[in-house]
Design a binder for this molecule. Sequence first.
Ligand code: GLN
Ligand code: ZN
Length: 769
Amino acid sequence: MASHIVGYPRMGPKRELKFALESFWDKKSSADDLKKVAADLRSSIWKQMSAVGIKYIPSNTFSYYDHMLDTTSMLGAVPPRYGWNGGEIGFDTYFSMARGNASVPAMEMTKWFDTNYHFIVPELGPDVKFSYASHKAVDEFKEAKALGVNTVPVLIGPVSYLLLSKPAKGVEKTFSLLSLLPKILPVYKEVISELKAAGASWIQFDEPTLVLDLDSHQLESFTSAYADLESTLSGLNVLIETYFADLTPEAYKILTGLKGVTAYGLDLVRGTQSTELVKKDFPKGKYLFAGVVDGRNIWANDLASSLSTLQALEAVTNICELIFQCTDNLVVSTSCSLLHTAVDLVNETKLDDEIKSWLAFAAQKVVEVNALAKALAGQKDEAFFSSNAAAQASRKSSPRVTNEAVQKAAAALKGSDHRRATNVSARLDAQQKKLNLPILPTTTIGSFPQTVELRRVRREYKANKVSEDNYVKAMKDEIKKVVDLQEELDIDVLVHGEPERNDMVEYFGEQLSGFAFTVNGWVQSYGSRCVKPPIIYGDVSRPKPMTVFWSSAAQSMTKRPMKGMLTGPVTILNWSFVRNDQPRFETCYQIALAIKDEVEDLEKASINVIQIDEAALREGLPLRKSEHAFYLKWAVHSFRITNCGVKDTTQIHTHMCYSNFNDIIHSIIDMDADVITIENSRSDEKLLSVFREGVKYGAGIGPGVYDIHSPRIPSTEEIADRINKMLAVLESNILWVNPDCGLKTRKYDEVKPALNNMVAAAKQLRTKL
Ligand code: GLN
Ligand code: ZN
């Protein structure tokens, strides 16, 4: 009977690690305090898995910040600017790389595949001197062993490490990261030898890049890397773990041909191709770690269905010459690390029992994996399986899940197109007649600074400690303050500042049906930062208007146009835990219809400019290029559905945050918004190069003129300079002037002068046009 967990959340069930880290960073507690919290978390996870009966328990999946950064430390690949002088890497160097210090900024961070987890990107050049500089993997293995748990130490595999790195400054164009393989493998060998000496019998290499679109050179580097490690690995069982997508036939062939490797971990939740590949051809005598329990979601596994998948696979993997030697060749596992799901359902005090019965967080998924392994070995826990079956059935038939009217309306959308009747230039003319805006109009992205006091009122209102009347008054006062400020600054298109919103997805989710919220369902986003995604469990509908009250109140305070402010369907979808009982696009269409109702109600309430944020549209792009077109088609369609019914004179804006535009520019144009605002200050040249290359763009566009992520106040000249650069490639009559993103995390004494300079720059340039 064999069960395995790919990896486990580090934060703790109540974000214990977050609080310990932040208190240490604030110098309110010592390094030893932090280490103690971390050791307690690790120990409770190992003991929990061992008590459940998991056979292959991972170690070294804990991290103080990020597992890629841990690997950088293991390899001693510290960029020189952090002034590390050799020896074992301590907290100082480690956290400087992660967060920067007084004199050096942090290393770059980027998204881990298509998850919301962010890793610290290794910076590697030809001069890096690798050395074994962090013994964390071995230390954690020994630590678990001392607790009586024999673990499988987990390392990021050498090829994925390099493929996820970026070339150091100065060698960006010329350097092949994979050329570093021969330099990092000696360090891997040292680690492997130490693990062997410490008593490890298994080792897991995470090689998730194997699921990406790789060329033959990249694929071959897996072959050469493991061939080089083969003799060092001898005596160990070696698991190569892949996740987040199916394998292509080419990648599967490379994986199953690796020297010295005994086991393959596959994500069997995402797609069906890997299962087919295994059924066609599985190497004799090897282990299959079958990832059937979804590590990316919070839904309880359909155990009966997983069991039948496993049984079909068992027939394939157990064929070997000596039947006695190949028992347990099929290992039940999670689809990926449980890092990407919430920690423990036990702490959910606000969800009702019915919804809870449909869910499984990390702790529950461990139990599911074990139950499946036992069932496969003929020791099925009937009671557990039947209560799971009952929960699956209740989810299928619950009236809370299904809303016939919504299903019908969403189904009717498929296949047809939804577009505004008039083209964008005609619409812009009609809008200009109504809005009468100056050239280079100024606006902001939506939120204004959220003060401690503001957050307190909101919190207390939620806890019923502040009356409805007092809450409304406090919010209106805040809106008035923001409106007055914008008038004083002479901004052209105003916002109400979003004081009533804690989070741009949660705010809408709380008012839509089909959404549930957890109290502790946190998932690590980066470092100590966690997000608590809403759970979409049912058909989505909008019982009543969500923003009209606030937008109308704000519009009544000014003669200038007030932007209605909504979050778009794709962003709501991509930042939630989405139901897995229907395709994602189906859920997205439902949300689109709900937002459409809101857009039309805003229009009726005389809100003539409506912004529908799609900050997360780009990040939902599938890992494989072959799937991009389909995703973009329904995502863009969903956006258009929200506003296809408005009048020509209603101006639709969208904001796209940091979107790495270039490869999806045609989809962005196809969204057919009247005005798009985008983050730009981190990638000036990149964004504008699309237009320089001749992409025709007729809609309004506002590439952010300054970076709101920094407290720095940009000068008028600097902003004017930026706008001038844009004017060189974009027509002046479509250009808008706005910051990069919402101002929520900034302070008023940063925002006021920055916006003041922004308006001054726009005015200065207007006189010259
Ligand atoms: N309207 C939102 C705000 O200003 C947009 C936030 C975002 O793009 N992430 O806060
Ligand atoms: Zn943004």
